[in-house]
Structures are given as C-alpha cells and as structure tokens.
Ligand binder design. Structure first.
Ligand SMILES: [Cu+2]
Length: 189
C-alpha cells in the first residue's frame, strides 16, 4: 500500500518531516519559554533525572541491539552463507560484465530455488543490481576487475516475472545503457 510513496521519494520526505517536526516543536517551545516566560537560570535538580536518563539509554541500546539481531539475517552476506550451507539445490548463474554489457551463461531460474549469481568484470568496475518488475532494487553487488574468484551472492526469487539488471557503478559514457533482463519462471515442483 505504501509502495507508491516510497517509490516516488515522497515517503522519505514525509519520514524526515515526521521525525523533525516534534523536535522543532520542543526546540521552539524551549526558546519561547527562555525568552519570554522565564529567562532565569533553571532550578531543576539534575540528580532527580539520573535514573530516567539511565532508563532512556537502556531503552535506546535495547532497541538498537534488537533491530540489529532481527535484521541481520536479511544482510546479503548472511543470507548467502545460510543458503550455501542449507543443502538446497542451488541454480548457478554465471555472468561477466564489461563496458557496457552483461553476458549470462544459459540458465533457467525458478521461483523458490536459491540462485547463485557469480560474476566477473572483464574491464573496469561494474555494478550488478537486480530490480523487481515493480522497480524495487532486490540486491546489488560490486564487480571489481582483476579478481581471481567471481563475486557471488545467493538470492531466492519469490515471484515469477521479468527482472531488470542494471549496472550501478558509473563505468563510462554508456553506463546508463548497461542493462539486461532475467526471466524467472514458476517452479516445476
Ligand atoms: Cu556502469
């Protein structure tokens, strides 16, 4: 439902406003009070708030650690390592990148089966980003030239369709033309 917001950029803008406005209110409230209502030095005993401060820091640490633990599995390096050791049947998709084309080895990509994309750059720095048909970036990797081993990542597609591949590292005059497509079909079993 919120996708259109976040695809247009208005979502990010709205989020910034949402996060900033409360702070602006507090800021102007303090400025207003200190300017017009009571400009004397504060008489609050700071020691009274030590416990509250400790609780607040504890909450921030808890949220930080919690969010990290909950989301670490979604990091490409972690999910790739998990998929590689899961014993599932992995589809290998090997490719090369050079200015300004990708060259894929023949492979059938099915929904629900992990796909190992392994790529090498033959000339300069290139990117390899896969976009969902709706325009969302699913994952991206960077291909450095002169690497002995290919750069690889395992991704499992959940929907059939035509996915777009784009280079996301500026690689010269026709960088914007460096794109290709991957077709993901429904699984046979
Ligand atoms: Cu490029």
């Amino acid at each position: 439902m919120l996708d259109s917001l976040f695809l247009s950029g208005w979502g990010a803008f709205g989020m910034v406003l949402f996060l900033l406005i409360p702070f602006l209110f507090v800021f102007f409230y303090v400025v207003f009070r200190k300017s017009f209502v009571d400009s004397n030095p504060g008489t609050t005993d700071a020691k009274k708030y030590v416990r509250l401060e400790g609780m607040w820091i504890g909450l921030v640490v808890l949220v930080f650690v919690g969010v990290n633990i909950a989301s670490i599995g979604y990091m490409p390096t972690v999910s790739t390592a998990k998929a590689a050791t899961s014993g599932q049947d992995i589809i290998d998709v090997n490719f090369t990148a050079k200015s300004w084309v990708f060259d894929f080895a023949e492979a059938t990509i099915e929904v629900g089966r992990p796909v190992r994309f392994s790529g090498k750059s033959l000339d300069t720095m290139h990117g390899f980003a896969v976009y969902h048909p709706s325009g969302k970036v699913l994952f991206t990797m960077m291909l450095m030239p002169g690497m002995e081993k290919p750069t690889s990542l395992i991704h499992t597609f959940t929907e059939p369709g035509t996915y777009t591949v784009r280079c996301l590292e500026y690689c010269g005059i026709a960088h914007h033309e460096m794109r290709d497509e991957i077709v993901v079909i429904k699984g046979t079993g």
